[in-house]
Design a protein around this ligand. Structure first.
Ligand code: SF4
Ligand code: SF4
Length: 337
């Protein structure tokens, strides 16, 4: 016997969680794009989206965030730190690849320096993932050894019912169990069938790619130039990616006061590695593209034992020149290590 949440109870669930002080967030479609956004009622959710255009990352690591304020008065300089937010949230309807992205980045944000902003948000947010029953041509979780029903990074996994009337509930963590206690009386016991998972064919051989990337002789291969010739360095792939995590600090203000902000950055931008002397160790777009691939599938797993990609496909789906990581890895799969 498994517990079931029926869709017609979702409005009550949202109201219960909101009453308990949780901000409820889910996939929402706006006129021209879709993202994870705050919802007030069940009708606000759009579970028909294969994947929101924007990943879940920005809810934990915002595109721009104040870290510190400063004021200068004659001989005095006063600073004040901004504290991490304490808002409690539940994300209902995350996709497995997006939840996995959070788990992939956890070791990075806790590595040489513990990022309290990331972990405060992680600790105060319940992730309820809905297993995917449909995918598009860009989805590639299986190529990354994940799946449409991966539980990585999730607190609760929901499996859509075959009859499309709700979900089977699998509570995975204490945080998830706690959130579902609020709605325990709205759940039913049952033995309904789950709908079949989305079929996501493997698009490349990851092990073959990693072997090629690890061979130092391939660092200067002409392959990099050929594969990245049309990249315009817009950085969309980085900003949409649930696992890309590079940032920069900028001071905004004047001589007397201002704010130090943490802003997303991208290895696709030429300024990312530009020295003040004007020298740029990654002076070409192909060197920057090589860095992106090497970082995700060689350097990052070398340090944290996990690839920095969850296979969401956004970098390919939304690249303005129809490039992205999939084509590169498919091409590498065919090369001799
Ligand atoms: S690969 Fe595409 S999305 Fe990424 S920087 Fe290049 S042009 Fe932009
Ligand atoms: S690299 Fe591309 S496919 Fe992988 S997680 Fe990032 S956006 Fe998704």
């Amino acid at each position: 016997m498994t517990r079931i949440l029926l869709s017609d109870k979702l409005d009550n669930c949202v109201a219960r969680w909101r009453k308990a002080g949780l901000t409820v967030i889910g996939p929402v479609k706006k006129e021209t794009s879709s993202s994870y956004a705050t919802v007030e009622k069940a009708a606000d959710f759009d579970f028909g989206i294969v994947l929101p255009d924007r990943s879940i990352k920005g809810l934990f690591f915002p595109q721009t965030e104040p870290m510190m304020g400063y004021t200068i008065k004659k001989q005095d300089i006063a600073t004040n730190d901004f504290a991490p937010p304490t808002e409690k949230r539940i994300i209902f309807g995350a996709r497995s690849c997006d939840a996995s992205g959070l788990a992939i980045d956890d070791p990075l944000f806790g590595w040489d320096y513990k990022d309290d902003f990331w972990f405060q948000r992680r600790n105060e947010t319940v992730i309820v993932t809905i297993a995917c029953t449909k995918a598009d041509d860009f989805c590639m979780c299986t190529s990354l050894k994940l799946a449409p029903d991966s539980t990585k990074g999730s607190d609760v996994l929901l499996r859509p019912l075959q009859n499309n009337k709700g979900w089977l509930v699998e509570e995975l963590t204490d945080r998830g169990r706690e959130a579902f206690k609020e709605i325990a009386d709205l759940l039913l016991d049952g033995s309904e069938q789950a709908a079949p998972l989305a079929v996501v064919p493997e698009k490349f051989n990851l092990d073959a790619c990693v072997a090629w990337l690890k061979n130092p002789e391939n660092f200067d291969s002409t392959f990099w130039k050929e594969i990245s010739m049309r990249c315009i360095g817009c950085g969309s792939c980085t900003f949409l990616c649930p696992t890309c995590h590079c940032f920069d600090f900028q001071d905004e203000g004047d001589t007397y006061s201002g704010i130090r902000r943490k802003n997303w950055d991208s290895c696709s931008f030429s300024l990312f590695t530009m020295h003040t002397s004007g020298h740029n160790p990654r002076s070409t777009q192909s060197a920057r593209w090589r860095q992106r691939i090497m970082h995700k599938f060689n350097y990052f797993p070398g340090k944290f034992s996990v690839n920095s990609c969850s296979g969401c496909g956004r970098c390919t789906r939304q690249c303005p020149v129809d490039m992205g990581i999939t084509e590169t890895l498919q091409a590498i799969s065919t090369l001799k290590p």
